[in-house]
Design a binder for this molecule. Structure first.
Ligand SMILES: Cc1cc2nc3c(=O)[nH]c(=O)nc-3n(C[C@H](O)[C@H](O)[C@H](O)COP(=O)(O)O)c2cc1C
Length: 205
């Protein structure tokens, strides 16, 4: 029997019940229903220091034993233990939020210290209820960094909301479902299914 699968969800929005958090919770609920242990991490509640740039000066010093005393240090063991990671950001100027970017920059240390994220399953959510443009870029800004760090991107695991159905700022339009709303719980479920498969059949990446 599989050990319990652990899925972490990072909310890069200041709102705990905004559109980003709702989609993230829906994905995590899908994972929980599939039997996983899930943790929702509101990044705005955490004190995560800015990337110091130590990697650029002396890469050998950018390792997990040499972390500043902030909340990232607390997160690292959970991230290393996790089987799946879901990164959810509001679309801020066609990019991830600064808080999410702060996390991504700090994750560099895990890449530099033996590609510790390699093979972890990842999914991505970018959302703007106003749909003023740039959702794909916001999502892909996370994907390009995490992809380089070696995560395994889940099929259909790059979601943006609302997406193409929304062509105006008419709030009524938000009543119909976006692909992201439909996919989020399935993505959570599929992440667990893949994580279980990988636990039983570990791959030497
Ligand atoms: C600083 C800032 C920049 C934003 N830039 C964009 C943008 O480029 N495109 C867009 O569609 N929405 C943009 N928005 C709108 C947010 O993405 C939108 O309100 C989103 O739904 C917030 O998510 P939340 O409710 O989960 O916090 C921006 C909002 C802020 C505060």
């Amino acid at each position: 029997m599989n050990k319990k699968i652990l899925i972490l969800g990072f909310n890069g929005s200041p709102h705990k019940d905004g559109v980003v958090a709702k989609l993230l919770k829906s994905a995590l609920q899908g994972a929980r229903r599939a039997g996983a242990q899930v943790e929702l991490i509101h990044l705005y509640d955490m004190h995560i220091e800015r990337e110091s740039g130590i990697y650029s000066k002396d890469p050998k010093k950018a390792n997990v034993k040499n972390l500043p005393k902030d909340d990232f240090r607390v997160l690292v063991p959970r991230i290393i233990k996790a089987d799946g990671l879901i990164f959810a950001t509001p679309n801020y100027w066609a990019n991830m939020s600064a808080v999410m970017k702060g996390l991504v920059e700090r994750l560099t240390v895990l890449e530099n210290d033996g590609f510790r994220l390699r093979g972890k399953i990842a999914a991505f959510i970018a959302a703007s209820k106003e749909n003023e443009g740039g959702l794909e870029m916001a999502a892909m800004s996370m994907v390009s960094a995490l992809g380089q760090m070696g995560v395994l991107i889940l099929p259909n695991g790059i979601m943006w909301h609302p997406g193409g159905k929304w062509t105006t700022l008419n709030h009524k339009a938000h009543e119909s479902k976006s692909w992201a709303q439909e996919d989020a719980p399935l993505v959570g479920r599929n992440m667990v299914a893949l994580a279980e498969l990988l636990k039983d059949n570990p791959i030497k990446w």
